[in-house]
Write a protein that binds this ligand. Sequence first.
Ligand SMILES: [Fe+2]
Ligand SMILES: [Fe+2]
Length: 290
Amino acid sequence: MAVDRPTSFWLRLLKQRREHMYDETLDLSTPIDWESEEERQAAIAFFNAAFRAEEAGLRQAHEIAAEIAAWDPVLAETLRLYGDEEGWHRELLTQFLAWIGGEVRPMGRVVRTFYGLYGRAKRAETIVLVNLMFETIGATTYRLSLRTAKQHPAIRQMLTILTRDESFHVPLNAHFLRRILAHRPPSWLERLRLQAIYHGLSFAMIAIAAASRETAGRFDRLSFRALARSYTEHLGRLFVNAGHLGFEPSRLLLYLFGLSRADLEGGDDALSAAAAERNADRSQVVVEAL
Ligand SMILES: [Fe+2]
Ligand SMILES: [Fe+2]
């Protein structure tokens, strides 16, 4: 079971990270020798998807920070610093996309529908739950792609930064969710609503995995099954290890991907404070094998 740390713990880590954040720059000295134009286009699609996630994370974090400041100024500051990290990722991705000859593109249909719904979410707990799930699939995608995508120092550096930081954002968002739910415990109807969002999103992630195979698959070289199974496993593990948050993975999804609830218990607990501290240290780039 994940041990929650006080908000001051997270704020201290974020402040430490901020000290060196802007010193870390991309080394774009070696041009990429793409295998095909399709591979380059798929890379542009892949990093566009990452860009959209950063943009949405940044905007939503700053919006709810303004609201939370009224009842917990320290939590609000923590949210702002978290949003700033997503803003920094957005800058790095803008630079990286230009360097590979791409640009920020309009969103595809599935992604547009998703962000349309996300943008309309107004309640802090809904926004944070969606963020938490998105951080988890982001960290999962980047970590898997590090092994399967083209091995080039700049691609590796970009994916490593994203893997490391999104892995840190997972337990951080779990903390936000706990604090918000503790501040204003949801009624049974609100709980039901959150459950519906959790389950709806768990299935939506599978649709996103399928849609991204068409656009980004030539870059990350991940099969639909490998990606969707990994999403189910990591989202399942996240919430099984945080039983107190009250979300249970769908039995149907676990069944579809040959996973059991026992597979998800313990093991790599992404919510632990130890995992957060591991991923918090910017001077140490830790990318663990899955
Ligand atoms: Fe990010
Ligand atoms: Fe993030």
